[in-house]
Design a binder for this molecule. Structure first.
Ligand code: NAD
Ligand code: WQD
Length: 336
């Protein structure tokens, strides 16, 4: 199949690209490199043995997108491009609406123009807001608590409206929980610019000696050890979930939401312990106040993904930590 990945040079898109290329799909990566590097292209090629087509352009250019979709006879779009830092979204909300919502409008215009009606969207468990019950299934009420989350919710709503207006559309919103880990080669992984906001990349840099210690945001939550619990999912499992969704979509018109999580929650302290063990490094930490906007626990009910896509996560926490460590410690700045 000819597929175009917006944001395909980023953390999740690059792993999905590898899996799709290895399955024989023709892959076009469309990215403006605002949060990724050109070196990733050669690394994807090194792993997959095939070089994907790369187009450096912005999704807000409907013209550039239309040209790319036509030129490569694209059949399905996987839409990863977007800005994703929660804190930054509260400081620059307009950038987030312009890039995420505006960029998606532009993509949908280009798809309408070219007659492509098949879309896999990078959704997020952030659309569940504060959990009213756990585990979170797809029927849980939706509510966003920050501008980033609202962009994800607006996009989902827009996609549902679109699907209601035209039964030919086939759309799946994959709601990711907490993606972590890296490709087993250590060649591609998550490389945040500046100090990481998310737990796993922060722990990795503490283990590498690049950051002094982790601040554990709160140890008085109603969880077994008092620290926040999340559903961490290996990025390669996530990538395989996209492959499954791509095949499934062919026979499923409409707009669907499917969780991609493991169903298993781990606390911050469990993550620290697992990473220290996988890296054989100390991960010093101190207990700090709760972070504004955090919830005590968040984890998926992954049954719909199994029932519909025949997919479930295969990789455990040791693998998530070991692959992250391999990626981080093989970078020159990570050798410590
Ligand atoms: P990422 O920043 O690594 O990748 C996004 C890619 O999109 C980058 O390569 C960036 O250069 C590109 N991009 C951004 N704006 C663009 C634009 N206007 N035009 C063209 N390219 C553009 O992020 P990621 O972690 O790979 O996330 C991918 C998607 O998954 C995002 O939509 C994100 O909101 C969603 N998501 C991520 C997480 C997570 O924790 N990583 C969780 C849930 C959902
Ligand atoms: C995990 C746990 C923190 C950093 C975010 C977004 C969400 C989604 C995924 C895109 C929490 C604790 C963290 C640190 C800590 N992204 N923590 N010290 O907040 O679950 O989700 O990323 O859609 O929208 O909100 O992930 O990795 O930031 O935090 O103690 O330095 O680690 O309090 O309990 P989160 P996270």
């Amino acid at each position: 199949m000819n597929v175009l990945l917006t944001g395909g040079m980023g953390y999740i898109g690059s792993h999905v690209a590898v899996v799709l290329l290895q399955a024989g799909h023709h892959v076009v990566l469309y990215d403006n490199l605002c949060n990724s590097e050109i070196e990733t292209l050669a690394r994807i090629e090194q792993i997959a043995g095939v070089r994907p087509t790369f187009i450096q352009a912005d999704i807000r250019s409907a013209k550039a997108l239309t040209d790319a979709l036509k030129h490569h006879a694209i059949e399905t779009v996987l839409h990863f491009a977007g800005l994703k830092a929660v804190g930054e979204s509260a400081i620059n909300p307009v950038d987030y609406y312009a890039n995420n919502v505006g960029g998606t409008v532009s993509l949908l215009e280009a798809m309408r123009e070219t007659g492509i009606r098949s879309l896999v969207f990078s959704g997020s468990a952030t659309v569940y807001g504060e959990p009213q019950y756990l585990p979170l299934d797809e029927a849980h009420p939706l509510c966003a608590t920050n501008p980033y989350g609202r962009t994800k919710l607006h996009i989902e709503e827009m996609l549902r409206d679109l699907s209601a207006s035209d039964p030919l559309w086939r759309i799946v919103c994959l709601r990711y929980f907490n993606p972590v880990g890296a490709h087993e080669s250590g060649l591609i992984g998550e490389k945040p610019v500046g100090t990481p906001n998310n737990l796993m990349p922060y722990i990795a840099r503490v283990a590498a000696g690049e950051l002094k210690e982790l601040s554990v945001f709160g140890n008085d939550y109603p969880t077994p050890d008092g620290t926040g619990v999340r559903d961490y999912i290996h990025v390669m499992d996530l990538a395989e979930g996209h492959m499954a969704a791509l095949g499934w979509l062919t026979g499923h018109p409409g707009c669907h939401a499917i969780n991609l999580g493991t169903g298993q929650g781990y606390s911050v302290l469990e993550m620290v312990k697992a990473f220290a063990s996988a890296s054989e490094r100390d991960v010093p930490y101190q207990i700090a106040p709760r972070r504004a906007g955090d919830v005590a626990a968040c984890y998926a009910n992954p049954e719909k993904a199994l029932k519909e896509l025949g997919w479930q996560a295969q990789r455990g926490l040791p693998d998530m930590c070991a692959s992250t460590w391999k990626f981080v410690s093989s970078r020159p700045e990570g050798r410590g």
